[in-house]
Design a protein around this ligand. Structure first.
Ligand code: FAD
Length: 309
């Protein structure tokens, strides 16, 4: 039995409505990791990779940004993951990382390194500009087309397993979108262009995700919308991630974290809030979670222990 997500369904007592655990699909689990700086402790990195691999996640996604020399750091970390574990790596690829020709080369190189999945993103527009330079693709939709072109050219090599294509989506709306409908239209376009699944921007309120998922289903989105969960380990982290993502944290969350008398208590309150957030989403039948690990193995373990995963 599949339990449908319904934003209007009461959350209390929902567990009784779920099929017995044996009949339910296993909760899908994936992690986001960030390429470390060159100077990073490689033993610590290996411990992170092995620690995450122990959970046998469905995939691990590796970010890319100017801090990681765009795809340089991403490719290095993916090679390390592929050499030392059986985890399936997915590379974050943003239009901001280069011209279409440069991106084509990166996609080919990453396929050579064993990557069989991409998260196609636009990336953030550099400060002071209102669009990316004309030399660059303008949207994730353009990048999906480019990846499909490369995949077509590599069809013989990919015959036994096509590339998995994923995209970003925004339960609270993307900051540049003019309406919620625009976000849904863009998500539908990404689905039409071959996206297999979407990963959400972080959010602090379960209802944001549940309402968004329901609206998306009604609009015709059928691909999984995998909730991205960020451990709320401190009020500073929550504020900072809220600023970076453009998602304002709820006043209530800030108040609860600020009420802590010690950093340890603050950590505990934040983790309790994170576990409650993830649990609410899983209890209504969502099939999986994507954890923004921030490369913190201890916190990731704490979260998964709280969720019995
Ligand atoms: P788009 O889908 O291109 O959307 C951007 C805006 O343009 C939206 O307002 C949308 O409505 C509008 N739009 C989209 N398509 C069209 C179109 N065809 N015509 C007109 N308007 C359109 N950034 C990084 O640099 N590196 C990362 O590793 C990274 N990882 C991320 C992981 C996740 C899970 C998420 C949610 C975000 C990540 N980001 C990353 C940030 C992301 O690049 C930014 O949020 C960026 O501002 C938008 O990217 P996008 O792919 O959603 O863009």
């Amino acid at each position: 039995m599949e339990t449908r997500i319904s934003a209007s369904a009461p959350l209390d007592g929902i567990e009784e409505e779920l099929a017995p655990r044996a009949q339910r699909a296993r909760t899908a689990l994936s992690f986001e990791v960030i390429p470390p700086r060159h100077s990073a402790d490689s033993a610590k990195l290996d411990a992170l990779i092995q620690g995450l691999a122990a959970y046998q996640p469905d995939y691990v996604s590796v970010t890319s940004s100017h801090r990681s020399d765009w795809l340089e750091g991403t490719a290095r970390l993916i090679e390390r993951i592929a050499q030392t574990t059986s985890m399936r790596p997915i590379a974050h690829l943003a239009c901001t990382a280069g011209t279409p020709d440069e991106l084509r080369q990166w996609i080919t190189q990453l396929i050579d390194a064993g990557v069989r999945g991409f998260l196609a993103l636009r990336g953030d527009i550099p400060a002071g500009l209102d669009r990316l330079p004309d030399t660059h693709l303008q949207h994730a939709t353009d990048l999906l087309n480019l990846i499909q072109d490369v995949a077509d050219a590599q069809a013989y090599r990919l015959a036994a397993g096509k590339l998995a294509l994923s995209v970003a989506c925004y339960p609270r709306g993307h900051a540049e979108s003019t309406s919620d409908d625009q976000d849904l239209d863009v998500l539908l376009a990404k689905q039409r262009l071959g996206a297999d699944f979407a990963i959400t921007q972080l959010f602090f309120d379960a209802q944001d995700y549940l309402s968004f998922a329901e609206r998306a289903r009604l609009a015709g989105v059928r691909i999984p919308l995998i909730p991205g969960i960020m451990p709320m380990t401190s009020v500073n982290r929550v504020r900072r991630m809220g600023e970076l993502s453009g998602v304002a944290p709820p006043v209530d969350v800030i108040k609860q974290l600020e009420a802590a008398r010690t950093p340890e208590e603050e950590h505990q309150i934040g983790m309790r809030l994170t576990v409650a957030l993830a649990r609410t989403i899983l209890q209504v039948g969502t099939g999986g979670l994507h954890v923004y690990t921030h490369n913190d193995l201890a916190v990731t373990r704490e979260l998964l222990k709280g969720l019995n995963l």
